[in-house]
Design a protein around this ligand. Structure first.
Ligand SMILES: [Zn+2]
Ligand SMILES: [Zn+2]
Length: 244
């Protein structure tokens, strides 16, 4: 039982942390700088943490820059105010992500470029063989350690961890919670759910201050990803490019 609980939360937290720190704050916004060696290290960590649902940095980056530029309009790739439910929103996001990566969709030039890439690793990480191998490893772990077959119901969350986090953040972050700032979009801060998403659900703060490495802006708001980033800065691993 304990092994399953630890595994589930480790996978959940590591996956959301590297999405927030590496894909979002580093790749899409360039909030921090680091050496090429550390970039490769965090790229590898993101691959291992996200496993079967690894998001290619370039695909994530373009979608996310489109989201900021066109937030809550028809051109937003994932606004809860455009799509009738979370499923149709994520389906659209998935199709656009695929189109961007296979070249059938050409993004505006301003959203592309300047993205960390590791072509060899990305080719392996993006392949179905790798995704299925990760999924098989999750299943084997549950077969070995789950005290009851009912725990297998958690497996789909492991298979689709990245999109599950995306669905929570994209839907709740523009629909539920309070606003600290007037912005042209409908972003909100979903404080109570943010315990699950490592700072990502302070969407209203982030849309108002898109380059600020800290997503928490009031005394009662806590941004766990930024707390880790402060440790990484203290260790000399990263530099903050903008003030928090
Ligand atoms: Zn947003
Ligand atoms: Zn952002």
């Amino acid at each position: 039982m304990l092994a399953i609980v630890v595994f589930f939360f480790a996978h959940w937290w590591l996956s959301v942390f590297f999405q927030s720190f590496y894909l979002h704050r580093y790749c899409a916004h360039g909030m921090v700088s680091m050496s090429k060696g550390w970039e490769r290290f965090f790229h590898l960590c993101t691959f291992v943490a996200q496993g079967s649902s690894f998001l290619m940095p370039r695909g994530y980056m373009i979608l996310h820059r489109e989201h900021h530029a066109y937030s809550d309009t028809e051109k937003d790739p994932h606004s809860p105010h455009v799509f009738r439910d979370v499923w149709s929103m994520m389906q659209h996001t998935k199709e656009r992500y695929r189109g961007l990566l296979n070249g059938s969709i050409t993004p505006e030039a301003r959203f592309d470029g300047d993205c960390p890439s590791w072509p060899r690793l990305d080719r392996v990480a993006h392949s179905w063989v790798t995704r299925i191998a990760f999924a098989a490893a999750y299943v084997l772990f549950y077969v070995k350690f789950a005290p009851h077959w009912a725990f297998y119901a958690l497996l789909p969350l492991h298979f689709l961890m990245g999109p599950v986090h995306g669905a929570i953040v994209n839907w709740a972050g523009h629909k539920y919670g309070y606003r600290n700032f007037e912005t042209s979009d409908r972003s909100r801060n979903t404080l109570l759910v943010d315990v699950l998403t490592a700072g990502e659900l302070f969407q209203n703060n982030h849309h108002r201050h898109p380059t600020s490495p800290s997503f928490a802006k009031r005394w009662f708001e806590v941004d766990p990803t930024f707390a880790v980033m402060r440790v990484l800065r203290w260790l000399g691993i990263i530099e903050l490019r903008y003030a928090a």
